[in-house]
Design a protein. Structure first.
Ligand SMILES: N[C@@H](CCC(=O)N[C@@H](CS)C(=O)NCC(=O)O)C(=O)O
Length: 207
């Protein structure tokens, strides 16, 4: 049965479209224009009470019952359980650490860097410096991790990489030069070349 994906052209949305493409699961795309406030429409809030993208509705969830889900990290774990892909049991706790690292640090900090660097209603130098510095620090953490590991959670490509990739794809937005982080660059180039990633990054449109 087809999964309904509610999304927009942002890193959090693209984590889920990449995962759906990688797993080969059938899905319909419903664009939710967050610039126009569609995330706050009463019908959408029934699916995602937090008023954010992404969300999914799977008509065939656990026990064959429909399930609506918010929070991209939880959605990735759900889709991994459903498909049996990209979350191998043997490295479960490594994967969870790097997935939580993305959800708790990479996403929120890069997101704040974008907000203050790209769309300032007023220039707040302290905020630009704080989030720019933190973004760079996080690249340092990833670079060290990827120095000895092909992927964030170890030898295999997993949901931790799928969650992090679309944020690193916006490195120019948070003013990071990947040449300064060669292991991140090698990891990034390898993932960018995956056909499922190329397709997932185009959902719901290029930007
Ligand atoms: N922790 C949430 C974050 C979701 C999120 O912040 N989505 C942004 C787009 S990337 C959004 O919907 N923003 C609209 C708004 O804040 O009103 C997740 O990972 O799903």
């Amino acid at each position: 049965m087809t999964i309904e994906l509610y999304t927009w052209g942002t890193p959090n949305g693209r984590k889920v479209s990449i995962m759906l493409e990688e797993c080969g699961l059938a899905y319909n795309v419903h664009p939710v224009n967050i610039g126009k406030g569609e995330q706050f429409a009463p019908d959408y809030l029934k699916i995602n009470p937090n008023g954010k993208i992404p969300s999914i509705v799977d008509p065939e969830g656990p026990g064959g019952e429909p399930i609506a889900m918010m929070e991209s990290g939880a959605i990735l774990i759900y889709l991994a359980d459903k498909s049996g892909k990209f979350f191998p049991e043997k490295s479960k706790y490594e994967i969870l650490q790097w997935l939580m690292f993305q959800m708790g640090h990479v996403g929120p900090m890069f997101g704040q860097a974008h907000h203050f660097m790209r769309n300032p209603k007023e220039i707040v130098p302290y905020a630009v410096e704080r989030y720019g510095k933190e973004a760079k620090r996080l690249y340092g953490v990833m670079n060290l991790r990827l120095q000895g590991n092909a992927f964030l959670s170890g030898k295999e490509y997993t949901v931790a990489d799928i969650a992090t990739f679309p944020w690193v794809a916006r490195h120019e937005w948070h003013k990071v030069d990947l040449a300064e982080f060669p292991h991140v660059k090698r990891w990034f180039d390898a993932i960018a070349a995956r056909p499922a990633v190329e397709r997932g990054m185009k959902v719901p449109f290029l930007n």
